[in-house]
Design a protein around this ligand. Structure first.
Ligand SMILES: [Cu+2]
Length: 469
């Protein structure tokens, strides 16, 4: 009797949980209602079977409970019952599988009027390519990938010349326009998934896979890699922004073509030097940084990194948090650089400067004075080395920075600055702005350093590495 009641209560609790549970699909933002319907049909089929079988069990447990005067009857065959069970099970299984076949048919039939977009995955970053005016994507090859040609496009293929390249994590799509997303991976398996669009697909190195959908709601949706693809897999996120036609056109015009990205370097180092005069009071004549001003070393940093940070300061993406006093100062100073050309020039100038060595006893971690000229630090570089293993995937084994990972050089930078930045990421002072497409990764990564001791350790280790050019 008790068991029968428990079974019935379990059924009721399961049903209540199912209907009031907050864990349900996020609101749909594409044409793929059919996928939700298929899942719902399956849930109804298995739900009905679950309720029926459980209640039957409760009934049998109750009805045939122990009774001294009753004996069990052995009946191995019952063709009538077996016939019924076969028919009902067949209908149930068919009801679960058949809609899937229909939906799969739609899934692989790309509408004629679809636009093509290429999504490229790599550890742990998304980038995108559009076919440009000719509507055709140019040929690519992994071996052609380089710092100047991150998409690995073939310069000899005329179709590639006008391809539009999106080097950032954010792709824009036009509302109500079907898109065929072709998927390519530079390294390992990844998976393209936007929960609101419902469809998802693997990216397989060496193959081109695809998926199609029509975005139906304006908005900005998170793109997730749903294939465990290495240590920083969880940081591999991007955004898909669904635009109205005018916003979409504005975005398109902001994109460079492949030919434009190959155009000769136009940066003017002399001009950059003149512009830098306004920066020396904080960053030093040789770009060596200045602890009193809280200003980091800039000499020898990569151009792409300097460029991005200066654009971020200028566009109020970095240095806007009310607690970020140093960042705010720098954001104000970025007004000295009138436009993108000025940023390009000053970045080229700073990149060309030879970084000076940090003074031998420079270490923010020094607490006591040195013993026999060896600084006593609170950070443990040996422990820091094991933390740094995680950082090396992006920043490089020698902390030399890695363009493909968008991760800057850390070696040679002042330790007090490194520490402040790691803390800033941890506290969400840096990297949390919606426009900050690369900082978010560091916000997530900085949390693997659980306390200040871990931060001190890893900074001590980076500080022990020779500055690489
Ligand atoms: Cu991935």
């Amino acid at each position: 009797m008790t068991i029968a009641i428990v079974i019935i209560l379990l059924v009721i609790a399961t049903l209540i949980f199912h209907f009031i549970s907050p864990w349900w699909f996020t609101p749909l933002a594409s044409n793929w209602q059919a996928i939700d319907d298929t899942i719902n049909i399956s849930l109804w089929v298995v739900g009905t079977v679950f309720v029926a079988v459980s209640l039957f069990l409760a009934f049998v447990v109750f009805k045939y409970r122990h009774n001294k005067d009753r004996r069990a009857d052995y009946q191995p065959e019952n063709s009538k019952l077996e016939g019924w069970l076969t028919v009902i099970t067949t209908i149930g299984v068919a009801a679960m599988l058949a809609p899937g076949l229909v939906v799969w048919g739609e899934f692989i039939t790309v509408p004629e009027n679809s636009e093509i977009v290429e999504v490229v995955g790599q550890q742990w970053h998304w980038s995108y390519r559009l076919p440009g005016k000719d509507g055709k994507l140019g040929k690519t090859a992994i071996k052609l990938i380089s710092e100047d040609n991150p998409f690995g496009l073939d310069v000899n293929d005329i179709n590639g010349a006008d391809d539009l390249l999106v080097n950032s994590n954010e792709l824009h799509l036009l509302i109500d326009q079907p898109v065929k997303v072709v998927l390519r991976s530079k390294d390992v398996l990844h998976n393209f998934a936007v929960p609101q669009f419902r469809v998802k697909m693997d990216l397989v190195p060496g193959a081109v896979t695809f998926v199609w959908f029509t975005p139906t709601k304006l908005g900005r949706y998170e793109l997730l890699c749903e294939e465990l693809c290495g240590i920083a897999h969880f940081t591999m996120r991007g955004y898909i922004k669904v635009d109205s036609i005018s916003d979409y056109q504005t975005w398109l015009t902001s994109l460079p073509t492949f030919t434009q990205t190959l155009a000769l370097d136009t940066a003017n180092i002399e001009q950059g030097k003149l512009l830098y005069a306004g920066c020396t009071s904080c960053h030093g004549i040789d770009g060596q940084g200045n602890k009193t001003m809280g200003a980091p070393k800039l000499a020898g940093l990569s151009r792409w990194y300097l460029h991005r940070q200066l654009s971020y300061f200028k566009q109020k993406i970095r240095g806007q948090n009310s607690e970020d006093l140093y960042g705010q100062q720098m954001a104000a100073m970025s007004a000295l650089l009138a436009d993108d050309k000025a940023i390009e020039d000053v970045s080229a100038y700073l990149n060309a400067l030879i970084p000076t060595k940090n003074s031998p006893i420079e270490n923010y971690l020094i607490e006591k004075t040195s013993i026999k000229n060896r600084p006593v630090t609170t950070g443990n570089a040996i422990k820091g080395k094991s933390y740094y293993k995680n950082c090396a995937y992006c920043h490089g084994e020698h902390a030399q920075g890695n363009f493909a990972m968008n991760a800057p050089k850390l070696a040679g930078q002042h330790p007090w600055y490194l520490k402040r930045q790691i803390n800033a990421y941890q506290q969400g002072i840096r990297g949390k702005h919606p426009g900050d497409l690369y900082g978010k990764q560091m916000v997530l990564m900085s949390n693997i350093l659980h306390d200040q001791r871990a931060v001190n350790d890893v900074v001590s280790y980076i500080n022990s590495l020779p500055s690489v050019r």
